[in-house]
Design a protein around this ligand. Sequence first.
Ligand code: PTT
Ligand code: SF4
Length: 611
Amino acid sequence: MYGWTGNILRINLTTKTVKKETYSEEFARTWVGGRGFAVKILYDELKPGIDPLGPDNKFVVAVGPLAGIPAPNTGKTVVAAKSPLTGGYGDGNLGTRITEHLRRCGYDVLIVEGRADAPTYIYLQDDEVSLLPANEIWGKGTYATHDWLYQKYGRAAGILSIGQAGETLSLYAVVRSLEGRAGGRPGMGAVMGSKNLKAIVAKGNKPIPQADPQGMKSLGAGDLKKVGDIDKQSGWSKQSTNGVLAWCNEVAALPVRNMRKTHHPDAWKVDGERLNNARVATYGCPNCTMRCGIAIHDHEGRESELDYENIGMLGPNLEIFDLEQVGSLNYMCDDYGFDTISAGATLAFYADAIDRGDTQGDFKFGDAERAKELLTLASRREGVGNLIAQGSLRMARRFGRGSENYAMQVKGLEMAAYNCKFCPGMALSFGTAPIGGTHKEAWVITYELNQAKRESYGPEKAAKVMELQRIRGGLFEFLTACRFPWVELGWGLENYTVYFNKITGLNWTLDDFWKTSDRIYALIKLFWLRENPAIDRTFDYPPGVWFDPANADTEGPIAGKILERDKYDSLLQHFYDLRHWDRRGIPTRKLTGILGLEAEAAAAEKFGKLE
Ligand code: PTT
Ligand code: SF4
């Protein structure tokens, strides 16, 4: 078998045992890698109903066949587990040197089980595996942790680590890797923390098995250069992801004031141009010629790497329009290891709840200094910080008084920085994203506003959401390559079949990829069903406030407009029909047969009959 190492490394931290296992070619071809491997392993190995922060949960690190091989943007890795934030399947995708080193140690998957009896880190060096004490770095932020590990193992080592937020089990703690890289929004850092696992370090030297290594080498090097050239010509990485902020403000889709508003006259102060002007350093993932990470000096003079989601959620959504202050909040999230999106949304929810009189407190929109104090309290789980560390939905349930309606999350995961009170397609994208409120699966908003009719709830929008889910939530998550060359520069998807076939020696087409994507989405839904047999179509709805006429903008481009519940429901039905899911949003028996998921469907039926 080419393209896959065929090996899984399984480490049990309770028993301190290490097992090298193999997987079959059939497993490789069915699930391909990354998210595909992760969901299949978690579905097969986790008992339904386990505590996500208990020793029975498993932390999976998984890559795909392109991972680590020089070609456009192949430095990504998936981290996955049952999510402590949502109770369902959770994962994230981050740029890291682990991607290549894991494969060069001879594995495509690392599964961490159990719970260490003391703070520990894992060190992989080719065939050797060590479980080492992490007492010296436990309690430290991710920057100090990485520095400590770099001193020991050199800067070329691959490192994943958590900060204090992961240690104190914040439900939206992320995993950190390189400068400015973070992943695993639905609490993957807390799962590491619950295992007393501070970090994973890998250094490998083995070759990665490929069918045509020479052909791939010259093709990959040439294409990396081409992508870099296209980026330079287009100028995209001048503002990188934050290029979209000014547009969101103009079209009234910016998150402002806990997404109550959609635009703000001061938004320009934190836009892509200002970010580029303030740039002091540029960072990127391995195997990347686009290098989209723009770092500025924050309010305290530290380097902080900012993307659009970080700025949108920690800036306008909190009504903070001082880029250096946004940089400080972002730096703190990175160092403590909080997800910036959930942190921004939860703080905004708290300010909103105080403002509406649904709770009492001393935090107001625009108060950057108090926001910093609250993040510190959250990292220690002290006072109100204990609630903030649990995300907006749990906070709303504590406050009651209908506040759940304006907790801006789906399935418990806070939504990214697109205010969709009048963007039906993007609302559907958030509603149906398989890990909760993320934009990563179907970023349909530019199609919706630039090519389609914004007010339409027609089947074309459901079709676009599904098309993008197959590409973004499927292809790029199972091959584990960064999607930006395709999204931002139009780098053709057919390139990925060429890479895949050169590496694996197979002869796949895009249709084979789409089938794999559909299989992964179906299994993720069965995972949720098993955890929550009562789920119905309301599970795929965005927050209630987006359907509330009283929440419509009173001025600007979408004044008086708001989502309509019955129309959203029919859009959702178009989506289910396309996916061959039933009226509850569950894959049908027929579909599971086509996708080869008969055994999984039979197991799921213990928790409710499939149509
Ligand atoms: C991703 C989510 C995003 S998506 C952002 S900014 W974005 C936030 N970044 C955070 C951060 O930084 N620090 C922090 N403490 N929390 C953060 N939370 C938020 O996490 C990311 C880039 C970006 S920047 C995006 S869109 C693309 N995402 C990809 C993806 O998901 N898959 C894929 N195959 N390619 C992608 N390419 C782009 O990668 P999550 P990263 Mg992140 C400071 O992980 O859990 O998926 O959440 O991965 O390596 O940092 O790169 O405007
Ligand atoms: Fe990483 Fe950005 Fe390059 Fe993608 S474009 S691989 S996120 S640096």
